[in-house]
Design a protein around this ligand. Structure first.
Ligand code: AP5
Ligand code: MG
Length: 191
């Protein structure tokens, strides 16, 4: 299996590049943010539990997120591999993912971090905020998301670096050029 973690701050292009990667490599895309938003829309118990946290730009507690992620993987036993988008976001999530994958004789193949400046992230999300209704795209809430990223989520990078699995690529510029750079990394592992 090819199991990729697509890593990066809010607005880095994780969702955009995931769409291209799933087409190219026939992988299953798991975006924890997308799954949470679907639960919120359907007003499930989980959706009710996380809706305020997400609207405020705060991370959902690890236990809730890990359980949801594992369920999603289990529901797709036929997958050729996964793209984890927006997960793991904390070291306990990364450890839980490693342990869970080991339990099904799998592992993370590579972690690719999209490098984008804060100015560019802010510009992209402000643009998106004009046309979509993600409440956490509001400028104040985005500030909180960026703060969560730079205080908690970046700590995941040394975790994977220590495993020799981390690649960083430039996430600014033409979407297809960034995708080509991603493919160069992934093609090292494709069998
Ligand atoms: P999540 O949904 O993961 O949001 P995020 O990480 O803040 O990132 P986005 O989805 O906004 O951005 P993206 O990197 O996917 O970029 P995109 O391709 O959309 O998480 C939302 C919330 O859920 C979290 O805040 C938290 O509350 C909760 N959550 C989720 N996972 C969790 C976890 N593991 N633990 C705890 N809580 C969790 O691109 C952004 C915009 O830029 C788009 O408009 C796009 O068209 C544009 N764009 C993309 N690429 C380019 C480019 N190269 N040039 C110009 N524009 C571009
Ligand atoms: Mg996204």
């Amino acid at each position: 299996m090819l199991n990729l973690v697509l890593f990066g701050p809010p607005g880095a292009g994780k969702g955009t590049q995931s769409q291209k990667l799933i087409d190219h490599y026939q992988l299953m895309h798991i975006s924890t943010g997308d799954i949470f938003r679907a639960h919120i829309k359907l007003q499930t118990e989980l959706g009710k539990k996380v809706s305020q946290l997400i609207a405020d730009g705060q991370l959902v507690p690890d236990a809730v997120t890990i359980a949801m992620l594992e369920e999603e993987v289990k529901q797709n036993p036929q997958a050729k591999g996964f793209i984890f988008d927006g997960f793991p976001r904390t070291v306990p999530q990364a450890e839980a993912l490693d342990a869970f994958l080991a339990g099904i004789n799998e592992k993370i193949t590579a972690v690719i971090a999209l490098d984008v400046t804060q100015e560019e992230l802010t510009r992209r999300i402000a643009e998106r905020h004009k046309v979509t209704n993600r409440p956490d795209d509001d400028a104040e809430k985005l500030k909180k998301r960026i703060e969560e990223y730079f205080t908690k989520t970046v700590q995941v990078l040394p975790y994977y670096e220590a495993q020799g699995k981390l690649d960083k690529i430039n996430g600014i510029g033409n979407i297809d050029t960034i995708f080509a750079d991603l493919c160069k990394v992934v093609d090292r592992f494709e069998v």
